[in-house]
Write a protein that binds this ligand. Sequence first.
Ligand SMILES: Cc1cc2nc3c(=O)[nH]c(=O)nc-3n(C[C@H](O)[C@H](O)[C@H](O)COP(=O)(O)OP(=O)(O)OC[C@H]3O[C@@H](n4cnc5c(N)ncnc54)[C@H](O)[C@@H]3O)c2cc1C
Length: 137
Amino acid sequence: MRADVIVVGGGPDGLTATALLAKGGLKPLLLERRPRVGGAAVTEEFHPGFRASTVAHTLGPFRGSLLAELGLLRQGLTLIEPEPRLFAPRPDGRGLLLWGDPEKELSGVPPLPGSDLRPPRAAARHDPARPRLPAAA
Ligand SMILES: Cc1cc2nc3c(=O)[nH]c(=O)nc-3n(C[C@H](O)[C@H](O)[C@H](O)COP(=O)(O)OP(=O)(O)OC[C@H]3O[C@@H](n4cnc5c(N)ncnc54)[C@H](O)[C@@H]3O)c2cc1C
């Protein structure tokens, strides 16, 4: 096979670069050393029947324009905003639950030891000026 460009590594960056190169009319060859592409955003079965991205799991720095540029929604990508956003189980059967909803955000966080105070709200996460992804079609 003749390739115009060789991309080494099939993580999010390699996959994006390869797709954009192909869209631009070149013939890229993507080389990935693992049996699956995806890099740190690969979906894996971490427990029988439970699949998730085992490292990266939020769309923080994702460039929203790529959704349209690569037709990702058309190809079946679904964006979700999970509520609760995070659950960290503890060996004693209890766990830490964090919500995206600012009103509920700290409801699952236990008070600081010896007081009824809870950690201050992470206000920056709820900055209304913060850029948001376009809603899924
Ligand atoms: C703990 C952690 C949590 C993170 N959480 C988030 C998050 O929630 N949201 C977010 O947006 N970002 C998150 N990130 C950052 C995100 O994972 C990276 O920005 C992203 O994975 C970078 O993509 P990449 O393609 O450059 O590299 P990678 O994802 O690392 O992919 C590199 C790929 O190259 C392959 N490779 C390496 N060497 C070779 C070789 N010699 N030959 C062939 N293939 C090779 C690897 O197997 C791998 O598949 C997190 C990072 C870490 C470490």
